[in-house]
Design a protein around this ligand. Structure first.
Ligand code: ADP
Ligand code: MG
Length: 605
């Protein structure tokens, strides 16, 4: 591999760099492990020294005049064009000093920069991350821009790249990159919507993919609508609360304002995973503000924003001359789409499958990397992986570390399978669902694709909940796994792309190892099933003995108790045939007990 081409998502809020090879795209982290770079610059007014990323972002409220953010909004625009943006910016933007009068300059304290120079600082930082990763100079990149960027904005992006010492080998539309991250260039003549809700901007794009080529049929959006607005609504809520609690006169210094904003964002992010979150803010003078906020409260708060995005979706569809039902799938992009309510609302609006398998904050960068690898000539290698069949068996972990296989390798897509699970412990409220890939029987020998937790199962005795687990691989090779407890209706799901991170070589190796270990694996799996059976059967017999204590003869009870002890002693045995025989014997002996229990239940019922 000579001279890698990297993919860069130069975002309004966050920027990322990625690289793709035969095993698919992945994010390149900074040398100290950050996966993304906040697109924020701080220029020290005294020395002119530059601070970039998270460190600069932390200062934004304290140093409003010298902290530069949202540079992307200024790229290739005239002062006239960005007039509506100016009230959102705390630093000064003035008419460009040079020959191109149709442009602006940014004043960072006493220092003057073009937007291209500032974007170049972000690009140069990402280039450094990639160079540290590859330990060699990087000179070429694919860079993404919004679909609506005009020639001047695209040219400004190219210029920023060359200032940073990068050749922009291609400028790619963000929605196209997002679709590429899902391998949708292979889809057959399909309509795809890309819903991108970032920190401060919302974009909806309707694409048609035909023979690997994407065409943008319509775009719409709102350049001042994003996750930051949700943070702002939360801050307003906190401030209202605090004023009610501690007096309306209370003022907030910049430090507290920044803290409120950080809290708001943290709460919002937590509420994407949990149904409630705690806020605790120290207001000084022994005053502390404390409150719990539920996911429902947040959803009510942000519902007008979600509606506005859906209005934009309707406009984009109209522009493309389409109805919502014609869109085959929606790709979710941007950190704000982590919110379950947003995913659900978008799914309902389009009545289409919503793709969330790829981390929405990374989708665009990963897609840029896929485009880069195609340009670098790795396209052929990629094709061999993305076949119309499931390359490796898909399954779910069961108690004891074995895998229940549900979709066999070689199955043609689309395909699906489901199975019934239950709980193992009385009153168990949560079940972890672990999705695996591979030909071996034990979890430790398979490749983990992801896991999720089904929670909120109402208290029931072990074995009673009926949890249906379904796996669905769609025509594009994207796997959705869902779990639903039938009585209560509680459900949870996850989406993954099984082919991500796999090379043809690894697939071959995993299949070969599966064959080599077949005999011992089956034995191991049988043993685990028997061990589980020992636990379930002995517990059930003990429970019946306890409920029928007044009816069971002492001799019979003693016989069963000693049989149970004997069988439990076999938990460490590794001769499955002997265990199976003993279990069979125990069940035969306990059959009269089971009958007594049924008779009694019928009489009482
Ligand atoms: P941009 O494309 O504008 O650079 P991103 O796609 O990086 O933006 O999204 C940033 C936004 O996503 C921020 O408002 C951030 O708070 C929000 N965000 C990140 N993670 C989550 C999450 N788990 N739940 C909800 N919002 C999130
Ligand atoms: Mg973005």
């Amino acid at each position: 591999m000579s001279d890698p081409i990297i993919g860069i998502d130069l975002g309004t809020t966050n920027s990322l760099v990625a690289f793709a090879d035969a095993s698919g795209p992945r994010i390149i982290a900074s040398p100290d492990g950050q996966m993304s770079l906040p697109s924020v610059l701080y220029i020290n007014p005294a020395t002119g020294a530059l601070t970039i990323g998270a460190e600069a972002r932390r200062r934004a409220v304290e140093r409003p005049m010298e902290t530069i953010y949202s540079v992307k909004r200024l790229m290739g625009r005239s002062l006239e064009e960005i007039r509506p943006d100016l009230r959102y910016l705390t630093y000064r933007v003035i008419e460009h000093a040079g020959a191109e009068s149709q442009a602006v300059d940014v004043m960072a304290g006493p220092y003057r920069f073009t937007p291209q120079q500032l974007s170049a600082m972000i690009l140069a930082e990402l280039k450094r991350w990639a160079e540290a990763h590859f330990r060699k100079p990087i000179s070429r990149a694919v860079i993404t821009v919004p679909a609506y960027f005009d020639d001047a904005q695209r040219q400004a992006t190219r210029d920023a790249a060359s200032i940073a010492g990068l050749e922009a080998v291609r400028i790619v539309n963000e929605p196209t990159a997002a679709a590429l991250a899902y391998g949708l260039d292979r889809a057959q003549d399909e309509l795809i919507a890309v819903y991108d809700l970032g920190g401060g901007t919302f974009d909806i794009s309707i694409l048609r993919v035909e023979k690997g080529i994407f065409r943008v049929l319509g775009t719409h959006g709102d350049t001042h609508l994003g996750g930051d607005d949700i943070d702002r609504l939360l801050v307003e809520l906190f401030v209202r609360d605090i004023r009610t609690q501690f007096g309306s006169g209370i003022e907030f210094d910049p430090e507290t304002q920044q803290a409120l904003r950080n809290f708001a964002e943290a709460v919002k992010i937590q509420l994407s995973q949990k149904t409630d979150a705690n806020v605790e803010i120290d207001l000084g003078d022994g005053r502390a503000y404390q409150r719990t906020i539920t996911r429902e409260e947040l959803e009510t708060l942000m519902s007008p924003l979600v509606s506005r995005t859906l209005d934009c979706c309707a406009s984009a569809l109209m522009e493309a001359g389409l109805q919502p039902g014609q869109v085959a799938r929606v790709v979710m992009v941007g950190g704000a789409t982590y919110a379950p309510a947003i995913r659900a609302a978008v799914g309902r609006f389009f009545n289409a499958e919503v793709y969330t398998a790829v981390n929405p904050m990374q989708t665009v960068a990963l897609g840029a990397a896929v485009q880069a690898s195609i340009l670098a000539g790795a396209g052929k290698k990629r094709d061999t992986l993305l076949l119309d069949i499931v390359p490796l068996t898909l399954g779910i972990e069961t108690v004891g570390g074995a895998v229940t296989k549900l979709i066999g390798k070689g199955s043609h897509v689309p395909c699906h399978a489901s199975t019934m699970f239950t709980t193992f412990i009385d009153g168990q409220a949560e079940v972890k669902i672990h999705v695996l890939q591979g030909e071996r029987e034990m979890v430790k020998d398979c490749r983990s694709l992801g896991q999720f937790v089904l929670c909120g199962i109402p208290p029931m005795p072990a074995g009673i909940p009926r949890i249906i687990i379904s796996l669905l691989v769609d025509a594009n090779g994207i796997l959705s796994v869902s779990a639903k407890e039938q009585r209560s209706g509680v459900n949870a799901s996850i989406q993954v792309i099984p082919s991500y991170g796999l090379t043809q070589k690894e697939i071959t190796r995993m299949i070969r190892e599966g064959l080599e270990h077949r005999a011992e694996d089956l034995l191991d799996h049988w043993l685990i099933d028997l061990h589980n059976q020992i636990l379930v059967d002995t517990a059930a017999i003990e429970k019946t003995l306890a409920t029928l204590s007044d009816q069971v003869e002492l001799g019979y009870r003693q016989e069963l108790v000693s049989l149970i002890d004997g069988v439990r002693g076999m938990l460490h045995w590794d001769d499955p045939e002997k265990i199976a025989r003993a279990l069979h014997y125990l069940n035969q002996k306990s059959a009269p007990l089971a009958e007594m229990a049924i008779t009694r239940a019928l009489r009482e019922g």
